[in-house]
Design a protein around this ligand. Structure first.
Ligand code: SF4
Ligand code: SF4
Length: 216
């Protein structure tokens, strides 16, 4: 019948419209901002840098636990090029205690970021993840949306709060890596101690040169 599809579509719309007044399942909106719906676990908007340490503790040096080693892979792979990194000239210990370079500067221009999550996927150090915070509107279109390293740094606890399943998996992976690194360091220390304790080999004996007889 001509127009059957249109009538079916209108019927579906009418059912949803009326249903939204009587069925709780169809009430998909809330009176924001007074009421809020908790974001689902896979929600994502803009990236943040993960640090291991207390959540929003005043005076805590977030840099000490920052996982980023300024490898700049994310900066190279970011499609709209909105990440800017400057490497440090010194080093600090990473999560396994190995001295590593860190980002002296790490900026993301949130006004350019398209939330593609490529930076997260390419990071080999589980150092950058996607946040769920969306109330970022500002009247300062440029400076207000250029987030620096301090602004971007959020604790691992925050990561657990917003993406618990993913964060637990990451923790397990990092713990495994730490066990392997500790075992490797222990084996290297034991080998060095064994080498130091072994006796020094005596130099080969020098044979005295034969004494020539006068007139021989
Ligand atoms: S989410 Fe995408 S656009 Fe945004 S910083 Fe990461 S790679 Fe760049
Ligand atoms: S966030 Fe990850 S990929 Fe980007 S510089 Fe830091 S360690 Fe490298």
């Amino acid at each position: 019948m001509l127009g059957e599809g249109i009538l079916k579509g209108l019927g579906e719309t009418a059912k949803n419209f009326v249903g939204s007044f009587v069925s709780k399942d169809r009430l998909t909106t809330v009176q924001y901002p007074e009421e809020r719906i908790a974001p689902i676990e896979n929600t994502r908007d803009f990236p943040f840098l993960v640090y291991d340490g207390p959540d929003d503790a005043d005076g805590y040096d977030k840099l000490a636990g920052l996982r980023c080693v300024a490898c700049q892979i994310c900066e190279k792979e970011c499609p709209p090029k909105c990440i800017y990194i400057v490497k440090s000239t010194d080093k600090k210990p990473d999560f396994v205690g190995k001295p590593q370079i860190y980002p002296a500067r790490f900026d993301i221009d949130i006004s350019v970021c398209m939330s593609c999550q490529i930076c997260v996927e390419v990071c080999p150090f589980e150092a950058i993840k996607m946040d769920t915070e969306f109330e970022l509107s500002t009247t300062d279109r440029f400076g207000g949306l250029l987030f620096d390293r301090d602004h971007l740094s959020r604790s691992n606890q925050h990561y657990h709060k917003i993406h618990p399943t993913e964060a637990t998996e990451v923790d397990a992976r990092l713990a495994e890596e730490k066990i392997k690194a500790d075992a490797k360091a222990k084996a290297a220390a034991a080998a060095a101690a064994a080498k130091a304790a072994s006796p020094v080999a005596a130099p080969p004996a020098v044979k005295p040169a034969p004494v020539k007889e006068p007139g021989a």
